[in-house]
Ligand binder design. Structure first.
Ligand code: ACO
Length: 433
């Protein structure tokens, strides 16, 4: 057992076809109970069925704890609210990946490494030229991260893993900013070692060679907060993808590239882009938000309130609560008056009182307010999910590393219940109907 906090407690009994099977029960450090079915198939021939994995624990993990009923999110035991208020993204990245808050020397070294590995190989710039201007930056991001394995082929676990982790964290923001510059046809702006992580990213996006540009503090601070809030979220779709790919011992860059693709989907990280598109649609439709609430309740319409609902959070998403306050603050400080913020607040107010949303425990998730802040910062809509990927990177890396360091970790390989045709003979083409 890799996790010292996990205890083997009692056994559970399963009655199947009149035969009883004893299965061990395990309890995590926060009292979460799991039935260990690793020997179930060997003992009984049966498997469990859990479409969408809503009840399946795929690993033991000591990185992030979520209690969806109570709205609790903690990284390595530290509440997200405290980290959001007192820490910064580089420190949180260290915490997630290495398991403890860095001391002063460790943090300085980590920061130094992240700034001194932020250049990408000049040959990589040629890759950007090959993409059409219409390319979505998430597609470019994933392709570029995968391409890093061509420049650093020794990226398996046994190579200098710390160095490759630093390389990836340092270079992802450069790649993300270059993909934006490519999409608007402007020259690339190189990273600056005197800026912090968030400010450097924004400088690479918004500076132009002909003008001097200073990143406003309020904007850099807002991005740093957003990155912290997105940094990890236990076994979500993209993180499970990173673990799934990594379980075959694929290298770090290949595994993260797959996670970026999983994040892109509108039901996951792509929702932040969809939220703004939805709010714009409502605005252009005379701001009649009640009409869209009714559409979301009508199953025939196939319309969903984007940024609402979560597989795990069933009372509130603590990240969304922090971001709602931050949206007010950032827009005020920047002097931005965005009618989309009013529509979002109206939608939330009406939905939270509506029995349809109350019964299904549908609340705003992290994506509901993040898009409004990104807009106020001047970040274009198609870059929202890229910003999410930048934030989630330390979590993906931490989970990949933890998996590779777990003794006896096996390749991920779920089973299925086959519902297709049973055995039948081949029919030659002249005899087919
Ligand atoms: N609008 C309207 N109805 C909804 C919504 C929504 N946003 N979300 C869920 N429902 C309804 C479902 O239709 C279902 O109703 P039913 O019980 O009558 O059939 C019920 O609520 C339960 O929803 P499921 O889809 O079964 O919940 P699941 O856990 O599978 O999905 C998900 C969670 C994907 C987040 C879903 O709520 C959704 O699609 N939300 C909108 C997209 C979104 O915001 N995604 C971002 C998630 S956060 C993140 O990844 C960073």
């Amino acid at each position: 057992m890799s996790n010292d906090h996990m205890t083997l407690t009692e056994t559970s009994k399963l009655l199947l076809h009149d035969k009883e099977y004893e299965l061990p029960t395990i309890t995590g450090s926060e009292g979460e109970v799991g039935i260990d079915i690793t020997q179930l198939r060997n003992k009984s021939g049966a498997i469990t069925f859990d479409s969408g994995y809503g009840n399946t624990g795929s690993c033991e993990s000591a990185i992030t704890f979520i209690d969806g009923e109570k709205g609790i999110l903690r990284y390595r035991g530290y509440p997200i609210e405290e980290l959001a208020e007192k820490s910064n993204f580089v420190e949180v990245s260290f915490l997630l990946i290495f398991g403890h808050l860095p001391n002063k020397a460790e943090l300085e070294k980590f920061h130094f490494d992240l700034t001194h590995h932020s250049l990408i190989h000049e040959d990589m710039k040629k890759f950007f030229e090959g993409f059409p201007p219409t390319a979505h930056p998430m597609g470019i991001l994933s392709a570029m991260v995968s391409s890093l394995s061509a420049f650093y082929p020794e990226a398996g676990y046994n190579a200098d893993i710390k160095l490759n982790i630093v390389r990836l964290l340092a270079k992802l923001k450069t790649i993300a900013a270059f993909s934006y510059k490519k999409s608007i046809g402007q020259p690339y702006v190189y990273p600056r070692n005197d800026l912090n992580y968030a400010a450097d990213m924004l400088h690479m996006m918004f500076a132009v060679p002909s003008e001097s540009y200073e990143v406003p503090n309020v904007v850099a601070e807002a991005l740093d907060l957003l990155l912290i809030l997105h940094a990890d979220h236990e076994q979500n779709c993209s993180t499970s993808t990173v673990r799934m790919v990594g379980s075959s011992e694929a290298n770090l860059f290949a595994s993260i590239s797959a996670g970026i693709c999983a994040l892109w989907g509108p039901l996951h990280g792509g929702a932040n882009q969809q939220v703004i598109e939805m709010l714009e649609k409502i605005k252009n439709d005379g701001s009649d938000y009640k009409k869209y609430i009714n559409m979301a309740k009508d199953k025939e319409s196939k319309f969903k309130l984007m940024g609402f609902g979560h597989r795990v959070y069933k009372n509130f998403d603590p990240r969304a609560q922090i971001l709602k306050k931050s949206a007010d603050k950032v827009l005020n400080q920047l002097g931005v008056n965005d009618p989309l913020l009013d529509i979002a607040k109206n939608l939330e107010e009406v939905a939270l009182k509506d029995p349809f949303f109350i019964e299904r425990k549908l609340y705003p998730n992290v994506d509901f307010y993040s898009g409004i802040i990104y807009r106020a910062m001047g970040i274009p809509t198609n870059m929202f999910t890229v910003m999410f990927a930048l934030g989630r990177l330390p979590g993906w890396i931490a989970q990949w590393k933890e998996m590779r360091e777990t003794p006896g970790a096996r390749i991920y390989r779920p089973r299925q219940i086959y519902v297709g045709e049973t055995k039948r003979p081949y029919v030659s083409i002249d005899k087919r109907k």
